[in-house]
Write a protein that binds this ligand. Sequence first.
Ligand SMILES: Cc1cc2nc3c(=O)[nH]c(=O)nc-3n(C[C@H](O)[C@H](O)[C@H](O)COP(=O)(O)OP(=O)(O)OC[C@H]3O[C@@H](n4cnc5c(N)ncnc54)[C@H](O)[C@@H]3O)c2cc1C
Length: 391
Amino acid sequence: MKRVAILGGGPAGAFAAAQLSSAGLDTIVFDEKLAWEKPCGGGLTYKAYHQYPFLVNNSTPKKTVTETILAAPRVGAVTLHLRNPIVIYSRFDLNRLLLERAERAGARIEKARVTEMTRCNGGWQLKTKSGALDADYCIVATGARNALRDVGTQLTQGDIMSALGYYVPGDRGQIDIQFLPKLQGYIWVFPRCGHLSVGICGKGEPAASLRKRLEAYMVEREISWKNAAFYSHVLPSLETPAWKRNRVSGDGWMAVGDAAGLVDPITGEGLYYAIRSADLAAKALLSEISGLAGQAYRRMLRRDFTADLELGSRLAKRIFFGRFLFGNVPARMVHFTRSSPKFANIMQDLFAGTQPYLGLKRRLIENLNGSLLEIAMNVSLSRLLPGRVQA
Ligand SMILES: Cc1cc2nc3c(=O)[nH]c(=O)nc-3n(C[C@H](O)[C@H](O)[C@H](O)COP(=O)(O)OP(=O)(O)OC[C@H]3O[C@@H](n4cnc5c(N)ncnc54)[C@H](O)[C@@H]3O)c2cc1C
């Protein structure tokens, strides 16, 4: 392998570049924008920074949040004191951190949009506005709006979630998550250094209607969007059949991050999967002869997390629209978190990313009796001692 070209320098591309160039490969990253404020919450779970400690051990500005307020219609809200905080970056800062890391490892970084990639003589010829470059292998990290049609996930309308919001000047100590009626998605308020990222994501609903829902919430919470920058983007949110046919690698290329559809279909978490998939792609490329790297990568992804995300895609509708014990699931989630320490523990692990969807059902069933008992005791106690029982 002489030269690897990485198309896209977001978290996935920049991380792959750092891994490959530090192993001695000639690596070049093309990104049309380099570090930029990509529309995003910027939240990293414990799962991400525990596995990749450089994500917290650095001097880049970031906010560490230990409190999440979870709310759903008709049941109010509950505060979750996170054992494992969420770390929140502005995406400009996070992208810059990752690109600088890649550059220090020896990768060349070039500000250019790749407009065409052509397979020739067992390698690739890449075209940008300003010229052409030959490469032996390509890592496709062009994100959810990948315009290179022959590589990466083939997203259909059903495999996409819209996401939009405002960067609002201000500060606060906690994350807010609000579920809404009849929406496969949610509103978030993420505090960042110097501003808040207030946004909504939703599947199967037009962006204009999501924006209305978000603005109604902001009016109610007295969050003004005057002087706030608006953002919108799309998130891969693959349906179950799409996971089965997902095009993550091919002859001479592998796709990583959003370009490979690797986002949690329930939470929209994508940063961890961008970095993790880049890590696995680099490992596959470094350990296999290039003709077999794509297959090895596919197997690694399956073992590592795509089986879990595929299960997530099956659970998504049941979580947002399902009913349990005469209430809808988001409302029950808030109610149970408030009244059952056992259930709150499961929520803690879901927020930290340490409870996979595989095994979640079993854990919920094992804890159900205990949780219901705790809820019953909590209800009886609050009747006996009104005002004395804490959420
Ligand atoms: C509104 C919103 C909120 C989100 N919040 C969170 C969150 O809080 N936590 C979380 O974990 N995930 C979140 N996500 C998901 C997360 O943003 C993505 O999963 C993550 O950015 C994926 O990284 P990536 O490197 O694969 O792609 P991207 O970050 O999209 O990077 C792709 C890069 O490729 C470049 N590019 C594209 N095409 C070309 C080309 N032809 N030539 C050269 N360069 C090109 C772009 O300029 C870009 O820099 C959110 C997503 C959205 C839309």
